[in-house]
Design a protein around this ligand. Structure first.
Ligand SMILES: [Zn+2]
Length: 610
């Protein structure tokens, strides 16, 4: 079928990748919360807005199907659609997860991809080098003491692969070059600076926190100075082709599993906060490394959790600075709550003093961003003054504007009106002035149910036949020998039939998963997964298929008769010949009907009419 695709990655490799990529795992990893429901799993569909789960995943079939928007397919089609990847990118993505080397990868890999891989290797090398330095070098004693003093346990130190860059200026440069890396590569990952005085390490006299992307690949470092005089206190890797701050959340790789379990993420400010919480057993925690939240961060989080709890220390000025980033979270339709620590505490000191359970309780009690915002302005400003009040109304409006959920929005408008002591209408007017358009009634797209089309008797039989073939692909070769797929009339089924007919190659039974991968056709995916996930095959599929074939052949003969008649009328064709043809066709049909006498399906009223 699609030879370019087949050619790139051998079928056996695709099969292997697919059989090792469990659809339930992958879909969960992509952030869809699935709960067991009988033999399958159900969740809220990521492809359409819904409140009750109609998205179904079958581990037996390794397929998914949404009863709401009729999207379906296998693990590959899911990743393609959900992550917006091409077929090949999806295969690569899944292969990497499983540590499967794609045999054709080297040949195909562009120069740039190779370059990036080398840079990743260089980063891995540097992580190990600095980590070893911290653990074993005499010169690292002060760093070890510092971490010990902060309460970092050896286990944590190892799992986060903390490192230390000693005071030398050309340490890493030397060992990396001995290892075969070039100056240019070291510059490209931001580990050295190549200036007038020659290449120099970027990090010295700093404790290093390796920063990984969500797949666990080291992409950069955060470096903390050991002495007060050494500025800046925190020095991060510069932006490189591997490291883009706006895409990276510290600890997301380790937190992933816990995020699925907790269904929320705790967002803290620094590396140490993450470390200390993780060490205390609070694993669903990430930090944006020294930047405010970007749209990419918000989207990244949305893939894993529906809710973000922001943990702030008592200082609300830090909070106000971060507001823009928080609105981005709302805009991605994440629930946002704020947990405020007592003044003078950070997550580390709080956990050490009160324990992890107390910290969890604190995050459980976190209040909604909007409430928090309103409370913060009410507490800090003289709300009785009209000008102050109007200013506050404007600020709150901006947050309300970013709320995606209509019900929530009107709830919070009520809340804000009450707390600010203004009329609800004032807030609605502000919203309108700020460009907000109220849509009335439930959004059409939310509840879009595709009305089942009324199929003609013939299309119904075509439908039945294709369903039977998907339920038992072993019948395909036989059906193919009996019926030409060109004779399907309903365009949808004609297309699927054609794909099926093509998928059946001599002596090899068609495999549904392969069919889906090869065809890469949304209509086919939806049809196949809907049949497999919602219907139990009838007991005697073979008999059903025979019945369908007879009826379809009969319809086809009628077509031919019709054609002969109209041809004869239009062209004044040889009467004798026309008559002979008609008699032959009608005999054929009578023969079919004879066989069909014991048939159980009676949809073909056309047959009797003629
Ligand atoms: Zn859906």
């Amino acid at each position: 079928m699609n030879n370019t695709r087949k050619g790139l990655v051998p079928r056996e490799t695709i099969d292997e990748i697919q059989s090792r990529s469990d659809i339930v795992d992958i879909i969960s990893e992509c952030g869809v919360v699935l709960r067991p429901a009988g033999q399958s799993y159900k969740g809220l569909c990521p492809f359409h807005d819904e409140k009750t789960p109609s998205f179904t995943v079958s581990p037996q079939r390794q397929m998914f199907y949404c009863f709401g928007c009729q999207t379906g397919g296998n693990v590959i089609s899911f990743v393609q659609k959900h992550e917006g990847k091409s077929f090949i990118e999806t295969i690569e993505w899944l292969a990497e997860r499983q540590n499967i080397m794609l045999p054709t990868q080297d040949a195909r890999e562009s120069a740039n991809q190779k370059r990036l891989r080398t840079l990743e290797d260089l980063n891995r090398f540097a992580v190990e080098y600095y980590h070893r330095q911290l653990l074993t070098e005499r010169a690292s004693e002060s760093a070890r003491q510092y971490l010990k003093h902060r309460g970092v346990q050896p286990k944590t130190l190892r799992s986060f692969q903390l490192g230390y860059a000693t005071s030398g200026r050309r340490e890493l440069v030397k060992v990396a070059m001995d290892k075969g890396f070039t100056i240019q590569q070291l510059v490209d990952v931001g580990l050295i600076k190549d200036e007038d005085k020659g290449p120099q390490d970027r990090f010295w006299n700093r404790i290093l926190f390796p920063i990984q992307n969500e797949r666990g690949v080291p992409v950069g470092f955060g470096g903390r100075a050991l002495s007060e005089e050494h500025q800046p206190k925190y020095l991060n890797s510069p932006a490189t082709s591997l490291y883009d701050k706006s895409n990276i959340l510290y600890n997301l790789d380790k937190a992933r599993q816990s995020l699925y379990k907790q269904q929320r993420v705790l967002l803290v400010e620094g590396y140490m906060d993450v470390l200390m919480l993780y060490q205390a057993g609070v694993e669903h925690v990430v930090a944006s490394s020294g930047t405010s939240l970007s749209e990419n961060h918000a989207r990244l989080l949305k893939r894993f959790v529906p809710e973000v709890v922001i943990v702030y220390d008592g200082d609300t000025s830090g909070f106000q600075a971060a507001q823009r980033g928080l609105l981005r979270l709302l805009a991605e339709d994440l629930r946002v709550r704020v947990a405020l620590l007592p003044a003078g505490e950070d997550p580390d000191s709080f956990t050490r003093q009160h324990g992890a359970d107390a910290f969890t309780q604190l995050t459980d009690k976190a209040i909604n961003l909007i409430e928090f915002q309103i409370q913060a302005v009410i507490q800090n400003r003289d709300i009785h003054r009209v000008d102050v009040k109007m200013q506050v109304v404007k600020e709150v409006t901006e947050t309300l504007l970013n709320l995606k959920n209509r019900v929530e929005r009107s709830e919070y408008i009520k809340y804000a009106a009450r707390e600010l002591r203004v009329d609800e209408r004032v807030l609605w007017d502000e919203l309108k002035d700020a460009g907000f358009k109220e849509t009335s009634g439930p959004r059409q797209t939310n509840r879009r149910k595709v009305a089942p089309q009324k199929l003609s008797a013939r299309a119904q039989i075509e439908h039945q036949l294709i369903e039977a073939l998907i339920q038992n692909p072993a019948l395909l070769s036989y059906v193919k020998s009996q019926f030409d797929c060109q004779h399907f009339t309903e365009p949808r089924f004609a297309k699927i039939a054609q794909l099926l007919w093509e998928a059946d190659t001599d002596g090899e039974q068609m495999d549904i998963q392969t069919l889906i991968n090869d065809a890469s056709d949304e209509a086919l995916n939806a049809f196949v997964s809907s049949v497999l996930l919602r219907k139990t095959p009838p007991p005697n599929l073979q008999a059903r298929v025979e019945g369908c074939l007879k009826k379809l052949r009969n319809f086809h003969l009628q077509d031919l008769e019709q054609r002969v008649r109209s041809h004869a009328l239009a062209e004044g064709a040889d009467e004798m010949e026309t008559l002979e043809q008609l008699v032959r066709l009608s005999n054929e049909r009578r023969a079919l009907r004879g066989h069909n006498a014991e048939g159980t399906h009676d949809e073909d009223s056309n047959e009797r009419r003629s």
